[in-house]
Design a protein. Sequence first.
Length: 207
Amino acid sequence: MPLRDLDYVSRSFRQFYDRHDIYSERLIKLPNPKFVVFYNGVREQPERREFRLSDAYTHQEGNPSLELIVLQLNINPGYNDELMQKCPTLREYMLFVERIRTYRQDMDIDTAVNRAVDECIKENILSEFLRKNKREVVAMGIDEYDAELHEKTLMELGYEKGINKAITYTISILKRNGFPDDKIISELASDFDISVDKAAQYVLGEK
């Protein structure tokens, strides 16, 4: 997410400095960005969480020259209640999504989304928006939940294979950057939540 936001903000800033000479001594004023993502997925997440661009750096340092911090706010039921009270639209969106998930347990996705939309309109949950955009919302909801199911299936089928590839790639990167074997083993054990012995098997070629 920080990397995607870095790309986005870079392109957004271009509209400010395209009208100026960036090589002049005059300071170009820029808006102060703040990066926030609302999480309503199905994986367990804390109420608030920060993601840093520097977490992806091969060489970690205390004060990186380039940093971008994204604040993730969990908007699933039971999280960030104060925020939900201050932002009724966000709360209603959470209720709408949760209703689709509930119906999805016993219905096909098309029926679940249509039922959630109709009931939310009757109960004044995002009602104005849903009335005006029902067709688009239904189509988007079906696509989104099909994608979520597809992603879950792929994760279940390919998790171990993907982890092995990720570990192999990480080892190659760290070795190219001169990391000693003991440091690589320590990094793998920490980053992939595996035992030191298992990490050593990857690094020393015993696996």
